[in-house]
Design a protein around this ligand. Structure first.
Ligand code: GLN
Length: 492
């Protein structure tokens, strides 16, 4: 059977693999061919793994066994769990998630030759499910950025318009899915880095509840806001990947079983949707994007959803709060790159100079900017004025959401203030780049789950550029996001 990668989803690929319409080797080859053709222009992948076909062969053997055994002789220890929906499915992994034996550089010079010594929990889980790792994807250095322009290895281009960014920091992961160079990808999201690139690339991006997916083996950026999640073509696929990677993990003390959160659903038949109208007037949002958003709101209403206006009084302070707390945590997490323990080492005159020289040579401007800002807001004279205040405001923002979720089940916002912007248009203005996170950072600050789904396109310079809407729910309530998202996109 001829494989049409354009139309393929995890679900349909799984059905075909199960029925023997094609093999995982054929499927994997299909993706490798696309990557060989498109990656020089798009630069989604920093490296394509040479053992992907080998892994696909093994998956085919397991698929054969399952097909022939009709369930009785399944050796549980070497077989995937669940419905083996990811067995033989090719995927891409962001370069800040560790795969044992492979380079993990976080798109930084300081880790150019660093080989991971263990698997991240998400990698162990996907490996057990039999997913095929195609390669590692480009990103903003250490996940700091919103355009993938902060990579030490060149920008990634948006498959919908090569002059535009794919978003960031998980831009390579989003572009790999959008260019049909993988069937799904993992990204990380600290302020919007899964959802914003998903929106720019016309795909689905899920940031799960904080702790629902183990962070073990994810390079830390800001530990109290870091999340791993899937980038997929459909909401159904997002749910499949989420179910495969979630769960409490003894190796991450902040991980939880998200299904243990109490169920507090209000809407009887369909979830009730809240729209924070006041908030949407802020942040210089593009009028076309507001129009696309309003069309989406009407579409929900037409499907029988009750939609209410809500207020989130302190949400306007999210960006200011985020850009104090994040640099503070960044400055602490980056201290480990000292030229001794990992990666690059540059000799200075003495030990302390080794440290300075290594960091000067190995770290990019944005990373250095955040280390400086973070050290400043944590310094004894300013700790109370900045860091302490920011943590108090963070709590107030959480309270706003808690109150809002007393009368609605889902909150709906645009994902971004506009479609993908031109490469280079924001690189000299860090504040403009930081404002990219206006709609996405609140979910990271509070830990609630949030998902970006495609909501049509906007025409700019003769190109149809995708735009996304964001759905947010209570802690642990990914189920409602999947339900509303599938309904909106007409997925059965
Ligand atoms: N743009 C945000 C930042 O630069 C988000 C990054 C992220 O989510 N990793 O901090």
């Amino acid at each position: 059977m001829k494989i049409d990668l354009n139309k393929l989803t995890i679900k349909t690929a799984h059905d075909h693999l199960k029925d023997g319409d094609f093999t995982s080797v054929e499927l994997t080859r299909g993706y490798l061919d696309v990557i060989a053709k498109k990656n020089k222009d798009i630069n989604a992948y920093l490296e394509v793994f040479d053992d992907a076909l080998e892994a696909a062969k093994k998956a085919d053997i397991k698929l054969d066994k399952i097909r022939n055994s009709k369930s009785e002789i399944r050796d549980k220890s070497e077989m995937p769990n669940q419905n083996f929906e990811l067995l033989g499915i090719p995927c891409a992994i962001k370069d800040n998630i560790l795969i044992k034996g492979k380079i993990a550089s976080s798109a930084s010079k300081i880790l150019e030759d660093y080989h991971a010594t263990y698997n991240a929990t998400v990698i162990s889980k996907l490996g057990k499910e039999g997913a095929i790792f195609l390669g590692r994807t480009n990103m903003d250095e250490f996940a700091m950025g919103a355009s993938t322009e902060n990579s030490a290895y060149g920008v990634t281009r948006n498959p919908h318009d090569l002059e535009r960014v794919p978003g960031g920091s998980s831009g390579g992961s989003a572009a790999s899915v959008a260019m049909n160079g993988s069937l799904f990808a993992l990204g990380s999201d600290t302020g919007g880095s899964i959802r914003q690139p998903a929106s720019f690339c016309g795909i689905v991006g899920l940031k799960p509840t904080y702790g629902a997916v183990s962070r073990y083996g994810l390079m830390a950026m800001a530990s109290s806001l870091d999340h791993i999640g899937p980038l997929t073509k459909t909401v159904t696929d997002s749910e499949i990947v989420f179910n495969a990677i979630r769960g409490k993990d003894v190796k991450d003390g902040t991980s939880i079983d998200q299904s243990t959160y109490p169920k507090m659903r209000i809407g009887k038949k369909k979830p009730i949707i809240g729209v924070p109208r006041d908030f949407l007037g802020q942040g210089g949002i593009d009028p076309e994007t507001i129009r696309a958003f309003n069309v989406a709101v009407e579409a929900f209403k037409a499907k029988g959803y009750e939609v209410k206006d809500i207020v989130l009084p302190n949400i306007a302070y999210s960006i200011a709060t985020y850009y104090i707390i994040v640099p503070a945590e960044v400055s602490a997490n980056m201290a480990r790159f000292d030229g001794v323990r990992y990666g690059l080492h540059v000799d200075g005159k003495n030990g302390i100079e080794d440290y300075f020289e290594t960091r000067r040579a190995g770290l990019g401007r944005e990373v250095i900017r955040r280390i400086l800002l973070g050290a400043y807001v944590l310094s004894s004279g300013y700790y109370d004025a900045y860091y302490n205040r920011a943590t108090a405001v963070r709590r107030m923002i959480s309270d706003d959401f808690r109150k809002a979720f007393e009368s609605v089940d889902v909150i709906l916002t645009p994902t971004t203030t506009g479609p993908a912007f031109k490469i280079g248009s924001k690189t000299t203005d860090p504040v403009a780049m930081y404002l990219e996170d206006i709609f996405t950072s609140p979910a990271d600050l509070t830990g609630i789950p949030a998902m970006s789904i495609p909501a049509g396109t906007i025409r700019k310079d003769g190109k149809d550029l995708p735009i996304g809407i964001q759905l947010l729910a209570r802690h642990g309530d990914e189920a409602t996001l999947f339900e509303a998202g599938k309904d909106f996109l007409g997925e059965s």
